[in-house]
Design a protein around this ligand. Sequence first.
Ligand code: C2E
Ligand code: CA
Ligand code: CA
Length: 741
Amino acid sequence: MKIVAMAIGIGVIAGLIELGLPAEDVYRAVRSEIRSHEAPSDIVVVTIDDATLNELQTDVPDRKQDAELIDRLFEAGATRVFFDKAYADPTNPASDAALANALVRNPETYIAVAPPIDEGVNEYAALIPSDQFKQSGKLASMEGHSAPFNLGYRFPTASSFEGKLIPSISAGLAEYEGPAKEYRVDFGIDIHSIKRVSYIDVLKGRVGRSTLENANVVVGQTFTGTSDMHYEPLGAKIPGVYFHALGAHTLRKGVPVDLGWMPALLVSAAVLLWQASQIKPSRRTSAAAIASLLTVPLGLDYLSVGIDVFPSILCLGIGAVRLDRLAQKMFDEATGCLRVEALEQLQPDKDMSVFALKIREFSFITRNSSDQVITKFIEEAIKRLSATETGAQFAFHKDTIVWLRPRLQPNDLSDHLEGLHALFRTGVGHAGATVDIAAHIGVDENWEASIRSRIATAIQSAEDALHAGTHAIVANAEYLEQRDKRLSLLSDLDEAMARNSVQIAYQPKIDLQTGRTIGAEALLRWTHPSHGAIPPEDVIEMAETHKRIDDLTIYVIDTALAGARLARNINPDFHIAINMSAIALTRVQLIYDMTFLMSKHRVPADKIILEVTETASLDDRRVTAVMAALREFGIQISIDDFGTGQGALSYIKRIPGTEVKIDRTFIGDMLSSAESRSVVQATINIAHSLGKRAAAEGVEDAETMKLLIEMGCDHAQGYYFAPAMPLNEMLLELSEKRAAA
Ligand code: C2E
Ligand code: CA
Ligand code: CA
C-alpha cells in the first residue's frame, strides 16, 4: 500500500510540475511522424518568398502591392484573407491609404495583432496595427505558445484584445465558431504538404482560379533571412505562417480535446492497486499496462484526443518495480518458496488456524542436494498437502511448511491432523529416490494474537511436537500458559543442573535367587524451591520438549556413574541401571559421551544397564545404530516398562536387549489378577527363551516376591526391598549388608 501511494504521489507531482513535458512532447512528435498525412488544400499560404522579393526588387512588399494582392485574391475566389503581419506603423500616406481602401473593399480581410502577452510564436512583443487599419480591417491574433525546446505548440482560438475577443489566425482560417480555448497543434498533418502559392504569382495573375476558389488564405514571410522562423518538433526551422495554417487544419478536424495527465494516472493507480493485492505481482501485467499506456495515445491522436502519459508511466514504472522487489523479498532466494512473512501480508481473518508441518531431518535429507532439487522436494511435499488443504497458500521456513486454513471443530481437527499425518505415510520423491519423511505438526489456535506471533507459535509447536515425539500439538491459550510455566521451570532446571541440586536416588535391585543386592536403578529427583518435588516424568518431558534432554541425560549418567563407582568400592559386582529417554537415543554423540563418562568414573561397561522404553523408535536408523554401538562396548540394555506399549513381541525381538523389565502395573496386581499373572509368566518365559534376563519392578510384599521366585524371575526391585534412596543411605546399607554377610 505504501508503495502504491508513493508511486501515485510521484505520478501526481510529475503531472503537476509537468516534469515529463519534454518527454511527453518528444513522444507526441514521434507519434505525429507515425501518423503523418497530407494537409487538405482548402487553406492556402501565400508566400512572400525570395522570388517575390527578386521580381519586385524590394526587401518587403509595399502596402500598395498588399492592397492589390487582396483584390487579386478575392477576384480568384478566396473566402477569407489573413495577413500574418501587423501594419503597426504608418509608411508613406499614399500606400497606407491604398491598403486601407482595399480593406474596406474586401471586408473578409484580417490583419494580425500580437496582443500584449508574455511569450509568443512571434518573438516580438505587442504588435498592434495603427488606428487607420484597425478601423478599416478585421483583426486576427498571432498569439501562440511553444513548449520547452520547441517540442510542441499551442494556439488559442481567440485572444482578448482591447476588451474584445478576436479570433486567432488559425481559428479564423478554420472558420472556428466554438468557445474560446487553447488547443495543441497537430503535427500529424504534414506541415510541408500545406498548399502554398507565391505572392508574386498571385499579384501577376499567374495562379489559376481553381487554386484559390473557396479557399481561406494566409499571407506570410517565407523568404531567406526572415526572422519569423520556428522549429518543427524534432525537425528543422519553418516559417511561422505555416504554423497558423497547420493550426487551422487541426481545428478543422475537430477541436482537440486534452485529457491531461490524470486519466492515464488513474489507470496506472488501478493497475498498481490490483498488483499490490497479489502475492506475486505479474511483471507481464505491468509491462502490458505500460505498453498500452504507450499505444493508446496513438489511437487517441486520430480522434483528436490528447492525453499525457508520462506521469502515469513514471508512476506505474516505479510502483511496479518496487512491488516486484518487495515480492522478491516474499520469496526465499534459494528455494523460491513463499516466505512465512508473506503470509502475514495476506492479513487473514481471525477465524483461520495456522498450521506448521515440520519435516524431521530436513537438512539431513537434503544435505547433498542442489537448490533446485530441494525446491522440487518441498514442492512435492506441498503437493501432498494440497490434497486436503485446498486453496491454501503454502510458505516455507527452514524445514517447516506453514499455511492457513479455516478453523475446525475440535473433533474435526483431530481427524484432520490424523489425515495430514497419513498423507506422509508413503515416501516422497526426492533426488530420484523415495524418502520416508516424518512430519510433526503444530497448530495455532490463539485467535486473538497477531498473525506474526501465531505463525511463530505454530512453527514452535511443530518443533515441540518433534521433541515430545508426538504427531501434533495444538497450541491454544491453555497450552501456551502451560508452556510458559514449563519455560520458567525450565530455566530453574538449568540452574539446578548447574548447581548440582538435581539429585539421583538409588533403588536397590535384588537377585531373587540369592536375595542379595546386585545393583540399583538411578531415579531422578528434583525438588523445586517453590513448587516442591516435581515428578521425574514431568522433568523428562519438559527437558525433551525444550531441547534439554541431552544435557539432562549426560547429567544423570555422570551423577549415576559417580555413585556407582562408590558403590562398587563396597560391592564390586554392583551394577547401575540408568533410564534413557527415547529421544536421547537418537543422538549419535551419546556413544562418545558414554565412553568418556565410563572411563572418567572407571565403571566397566558390563556393569551399566540402560533402560530403554518402547517409545524409542526402532525405525529410526540412528536409534538402532546407537544401541548397536552401546551393545558393542558391552553395555547392557533393558527393555523397560515391558507390556505397557504396543507391538511388544516384535519389539523384544528387534532390540539388542539383555533384560526385560516387567512394568509395575502387572506386578502390582499379580496376586489379585490371573490375567496379570499370566502376562508376567509369559514375559518371563519369552525373555528366557530369547536368552534374556527377566526383572520385575514394584514388588511391594513378600507374597509377590515368592510368586516371582516360583515363576523364575531373575531380578526384582520394589518398596518391599527398599524405596529409592539418597546415595549415602544406599552406601550405608550396602556396607551393613556386606558386614552381615
Ligand atoms: P520407571 O523406569 O518405571 O521407574 C520405576 C518407578 O517406580 C520409579 O518412580 C520408582 O520410584 C517407582 N517404584 C519403585 N518401587 C516401587 C513400588 O514398590 N511400588 C510403586 N508403586 N512404585 C515403585 P519414579 O522415580 O517416580 O520414576 C518414574 C519414571 O520416571 C520412571 O519410571 C522413569 O520412566 C522416569 N525416570 C526417572 N528417572 C529418570 C531418569 O533419570 N531419566 C529418564 N529418562 N527417565 C527417568
Ligand atoms: Ca526404569
Ligand atoms: Ca516401569
